[in-house]
Ligand binder design. Structure first.
Ligand code: AMP
Length: 284
């Protein structure tokens, strides 16, 4: 069954109020569309844990830099609605940019520090756009739970911090990264990769796994891990490193040593031609 689709705020609020009147719990899955099995896993988790599931499909302009892929970002709406229908979504919120950002829009959310490192360093303003749209969606949908993928680890940390700092009454649920059989993390941007680049792109996951194994094997010096990761990717012609990071999973600050009880995030951003891919592994 196709889910109901609303584009405007008033019918969205009406549908939410109706679910609330029935005493239903609400799960929200924020997305930019071009849905794949990674998104599906979030929707399935929301379906299991809530009575009423809302998926937002919105290519959020404020999280794209001036030279990024806002215009060419894939928007296969009919296909997305099909996937939402199959997965049992109750309502799809698919607003136009002017509905979310009317003329003279002025208010933005910044999660200082966390927003400026890793992806934030090469995508200034990106996480300001993410935090702003996520908080707006939280206000519009007022979900009990909201679902995010570990694939975007920094986004998860920023949303968790924002929810704590601003006392937002939403439970942030984090779902594991869904991968292709060769390890490549599913991403809407994988569609940009040419066949050769797609083959090379497996180096991200392989590099992360090797780093994880070295930690399991007793390596405790973060700089040594970082260096081996950089070398590994540097050896692939056509792969251009944006960052290779071994950071504290909570603060996202560079780690110096691997210590028991301090979770570490291994994170990578690598460009293949015009396509920038990210991946990460959390070492508990
Ligand atoms: P996006 O449409 O790229 O903004 O992603 C929407 C949500 O899906 C975010 O919370 C992502 O972290 C999550 N997501 C994207 N790719 C994956 C994946 N391969 N596995 C799990 N979650 C994912």
């Amino acid at each position: 069954m196709k889910p109901a689709v609303v584009a405007e705020i008033e019918p969205l609020r009406a549908a939410i109020a109706d679910a609330r009147r029935k005493g239903q719990t609400i799960g929200l899955v924020p997305t930019m569309g071009a849905l794949h099995d990674g998104h599906r896993s979030l929707i399935e988790a929301a379906r299991r844990q809530n009575d009423y599931v809302v998926v937002s499909i919105f290519v959020n302009p404020t999280q794209f830099g001036p030279n990024e892929d806002l215009k060419r970002y894939p928007r296969p709406l009919e296909r997305d609605l099909g996937l939402c229908g199959e997965a049992g979504v109750d309502l799809v919120f698919h607003p136009q940019p002017e509905t979310i950002y009317p003329p003279d829009y002025r208010t933005f959310v910044e999660v200082t520090g966390l927003q400026d490192v890793l992806c934030g360093a090469s995508r200034p303003g990106h996480f300001r756009g993410v935090a702003t749209v996520v908080l707006k969606l939280f206000h519009l949908v007022q979900p009990d739970r909201a679902y995010f993928g570990q694939k975007d680890a920094q986004q998860v940390r920023i949303v968790q911090r924002m929810v704590m700092d601003l006392n937002v009454p939403v439970e942030v649920c984090v779902c594991p990264t869904v991968r292709e059989t060769d390890g490549l993390a599913l991403s809407s941007r994988n569609a940009y990769l040419e066949a050769g680049e797609r083959r090379l792109a497996t180096v991200l996951y392989r590099t992360l796994i090797e780093a994880k194994r070295s930690i399991e094997g007793g390596e405790r010096i973060a700089a040594a891990i970082r260096e081996r990761m950089s070398e590994r990717i540097g050896a692939v012609a056509g792969a251009v490193v944006d960052y290779v990071a071994v950071v504290d999973a909570e603060t996202l600050c560079e780690a110096t040593a691997i210590e028991p009880g301090r979770p570490i995030l291994l994170a990578l951003a690598v460009k293949f031609g015009g396509t920038r891919l990210i991946d990460n592994l959390l070492i508990p």
